[in-house]
Design a protein around this ligand. Sequence first.
Ligand SMILES: Cc1ncc(COP(=O)(O)O)c(C=O)c1O
Length: 288
Amino acid sequence: MTKREYLVAFLGGFHGRTYGSISLTASKAKYHEGFGPLLPGIYHAPFGHVADLRWFDEVLFDKLVPAREVAAIIVEPIQGEGGYVIPEDGFLEGLREICDRHGILFVADEIQSGAGRTGRMWAVDHWGVRPDIVLTAKGIASGMPLGALVARAELLEAWGPGAHGSTYGGNPLACAAALETIALLETGLVENAEVRGHQALAGLAPLRSRFPEIVRDVRGKGLMIGIELDTREHADAVQWAAFQRGLLVLEAGRSVVRMSPALTVSSDEIETALRLFSEAVAEVASAA
Ligand SMILES: Cc1ncc(COP(=O)(O)O)c(C=O)c1O
């Protein structure tokens, strides 16, 4: 059997404790700064459009590495650090098909998009795609330090006992927080993310027509919402103007401001956020 030595990753973050986020992420060069040499055998693929999938047959498997030597394709179903980028319908399904055709593992990095954030337990659920491996962290334990790799038993049992250890693995306090978080997700928080997400997107959408000179796009699923500005300077200025009003948002990608509130957020809190954010955008637009 051929040894599979290569990984394919998409622009965006990756779960460090598992494969080395520094080695894999391509969202920003600064995340690599001072960390070389990085893990070899990683190819970065174009993300998001169904037409991009041609790259696998035409470039990767034809010119760079035989398909039978590729171990895994790792993808954020919705990109986080890359700028809250939602793939076209059919993209993840097409990737799954490529993996099935060549016996490659489909790894979903759900560290930002998972644990209910997008109004589904996992972002891949929006497209009905089943990964072989799911990576989760961040929201899975409500902020307690926990990362987990979830995979079919046959994959994990192939590792012998002790093959994957870490100082903090299985930390009881973090695991208890995760169990409680999962119970809350399953009894209302995933649904709340979907409903409040619709409310937020409906409230943010008019910003495009109100401030067409600086607002380029408003997009999201559930409570993973990105507002794309025309320039990084304007994205930074909106972030700062929102901060001064008591609203915490964070830039991502080239010029996107992300809104990613707690899944417990209420309708009134969303209304307050919409008001403060609109004021912040208006302030930046008036100075532009
Ligand atoms: C999608 C994604 N994957 C992985 C990571 C890195 O996770 P960790 O800090 O657990 O290594 C991040 C961090 O922001 C992320 O957004």
